[in-house]
Design a binder for this molecule. Sequence first.
Ligand SMILES: [Zn+2]
Length: 251
Amino acid sequence: MNWLIGFCIAGLIALLACRLRLLTAGGASAAVVVGTSVFGAGGVWSSLPMVGFFFTSSLLPRVLGRPHATEQRTAAQVLANGLAPTLCCWGAALLPAYAEAFWLGYLASVATATADTWATEFGVRFGNPVWHITTRRRIPAGESGGVSWQGTLAGAAGASLIALSGQPLIQAGEPIAHAAALGCMGMFLDSLLGATLQARYRCALCATLTERTVCCGAPTQRMGGLRGIDNNAVNALSTLATAAIGIGSAC
Ligand SMILES: [Zn+2]
């Protein structure tokens, strides 16, 4: 029954998000899969953290006055942050004996996605100075692998908010501090992977360093990182890793 209700609610929210141009049609379809899984497995209580992530990450760019950053999210972007939480929900539903462990993994992955998004948005808006996480050189705000105090504090606040909103899901231990800490760890893992594995490109025509494979109408040259590892892949890796650590540490 929860799965049917979840499908209807997720469908309505996805439709609304499509109308508000927060999601593409593909992104909306992926969001329905994620939303149905989250509500189906745990009802209202498991949905709160995901709804918190979705609305804050969708609205932050507008609130902070970066309207150019509010591109509609594609299916790949939705699944980059939604795959790990969705797998955790399926785990909690299919293996009730380990539900608490899967809920911790769920909270850890949603906290990671939220921390990364908040850190990026606040870092780009207020981050000064921004350092590269591995070379420790000053870099322009918004580049992959950058960290700033402003962004880090915002990310930690986002992770804590998600952990707090998930309190009813877990009874044992100190899951809130645990999930918040895992979210902060995931945020640094995301920056680290963004600075090392993520493919970096340079446009031969305008000399801009970019994450895009095409600039000025021509293919860009790869300067470092692994081909095929883009920001979505980095987000997927960091959320899957923190989910796995969360599940493992609670088993
Ligand atoms: Zn260019």
